[in-house]
Design a protein around this ligand. Structure first.
Ligand SMILES: Nc1ncnc2c1ncn2[C@@H]1O[C@H](COP(=O)(O)OP(=O)(O)OP(=O)(O)O)[C@@H](O)[C@H]1O
Ligand SMILES: [Mg+2]
Length: 427
């Protein structure tokens, strides 16, 4: 059979888990700093667009800039995933649904000449895993398969009888050990260019790519590696130059539980909007760029903004005149009094507004602790203007009352491993 590569099975051992984690952490740190710069860049661009909206030429000139910022944002997000600094909650899902939904999402972006086959084991039960991480892995493996097939299309003569093909399969199997464990497998194979052994050895290393500059960042498989380890699974690769490659993901039926962020507070979508209420916002951030662009943007959107660059000063101000603010919009990482300390201190005041935390990244554990302390919402940077305005459109007083009853509800529930409770929608 021309299409199936002769298997040469490998467990990837090129880079130890620890080394990879260290690299991931470094990369995440850089991405985090970058992320902090992207939010003001986007807001500033939108502000210019708002002000000079009538100048068609200028607005058009701004589009590539907006696109570039968007791309940089996506790149940052991938790097943050590498260090697994984004929430990865677990849920009960059918692997087949997850795979077919992901394929639907990306399938239409693929060149028509590429045949996509899927073979699902319809008997698979549900998995307890992270849909986000599983989709992320499928997308990366699928795009790699697509890329090698596009290379193939370019390199082979048009009259060869080769049909570029991606085959996606699901199956399940038991592993007998001290305790037997059921695994589900996703196999993604292509009949593309394959890899030499030397390339195969390096594919999981961050920034390793054989693609032309601008075509690949070399992060796809590093992210896959990071995701599969987060789920306690395994990845195997079979490849032969000129014949194609097969990537096999083995996902345990029950992933080690990532701490779930319990939704103890309702989000903006569930609360009544305050109408055209002009909110009084205290913006606390030590980054001058963030402060300037956010306050300009919010002021233009009709809000009243007071800015302060130091947590301690913010607290003093609030101690004197907390009733003058509807919202506190605070960064987490600040020298002196951190955002988290500020929340602790504000909770001792009779402040009746909403606290919105803006942060570059938070682990699910940190997020949970911030919400339990009394933050209304934790937004990750870069924060889209839409999202921010939506959060600021909530009537803070109404939220306060709802939040109090929510926390009372939470105090009585101890079953941490169940699905998050559906919250009653306020009438
Ligand atoms: N299906 C495949 N067939 C052939 N080579 C592959 C395949 N998947 C990965 N590779 C090789 O592994 C390298 C690393 O892949 P990875 O997904 O990490 O980065 P990339 O695809 O080059 O860039 P990015 O995914 O960040 O856009 C690729 O450049 C390619 O050489
Ligand atoms: Mg890739």
């Amino acid at each position: 059979m021309q299409d199936s590569p002769t298997p040469s099975r490998h467990h990837n051992d090129a880079l130890s888990n620890r080394q990879l984690r260290a690299l991931g952490e470094i990369a995440s740190g850089v991405a985090h700093e970058f992320n902090n710069l992207l939010a003001p860049m986007m807001l500033q661009t939108l502000s210019i667009e708002q002000t000079w909206g009538k100048d068609r030429e200028l607005v058009e000139e701004l589009q590539p800039l907006k696109q570039a910022i968007q791309q940089a944002t996506e790149l940052c997000q991938r790097i943050l995933l590498l260090g697994r600094r984004s929430a990865d909650t677990r849920e009960r899902v059918y692997l087949n649904d997850l795979v077919s939904n992901t394929l639907k999402l990306i399938g239409s972006t693929v060149d028509r000449r590429i045949q996509i086959q899927s073979v699902f084991d319809e008997t698979l039960p549900r998995l307890y895993t992270s849909s986000a991480l599983v989709s992320e892995m499928i997308i990366n493996l699928f795009f790699n398969a697509r890329d090698t097939l596009l290379d193939g299309l370019q390199q082979r003569s048009p009259d060869s009888d080769w049909t570029p093909r991606i085959r996606v399969e699901t199956s399940g199997f038991w592993v007998q050990g001290e305790t037997s464990q059921f695994y589900q497998r996703i196999t993604i194979s292509d009949n593309g260019m394959g890899m030499t052994e030397a390339v195969r050895q390096q594919i999981f290393q961050p920034f390793f790519t054989t693609k032309k500059t601008g075509k690949g960042t070399g992060l796809g498989l590093a992210v896959v590696w990071s995701c599969i380890h987060a789920l306690d699974g395994k990845i195997e690769v079979e490849s032969e130059p000129g014949k194609g490659s097969t990537f096999i993901l083995e996902i345990p039926a029950e992933a080690r539980a990532a701490k779930k962020v319990k939704k103890v507070v309702p989000d903006a979508a569930m609360l009544p909007a305050s109408g055209n209420h002009r909110s009084r916002i205290l913006l606390v951030d030590d980054n001058d760029l963030v402060v300037r662009s956010f306050s300009r943007y919010l002021t233009r959107s009709g809000h009243h903004v007071t800015t302060i660059s130091d947590g301690q000063d913010a607290l003093h101000l609030l101690q004197r005149e907390h009733e003058n603010f509807d919202f506190i919009l605070t960064d987490l990482n600040m020298p002196g009094l951190s955002g988290s300390d500020l929340i602790d201190a504000v909770r001792l005041l009779p402040f009746r507004g909403r606290i919105i935390v803006m942060s570059g990244f938070v682990t699910p554990e940190q997020k949970e602790s911030l919400l339990l302390k009394g933050a209304a919402v934790v937004l990750s940077k870069p924060i889209t203007p839409d999202r921010l305005l939506k959060e600021l459109s909530v009537d803070p007083i109404f939220w306060q009352q709802t939040n109090l009853s929510m926390n009372a509800h939470h105090a009585h529930s101890h079953d941490h491993d169940q699905e998050p409770h559906e919250l009653p929608i306020p009438a």
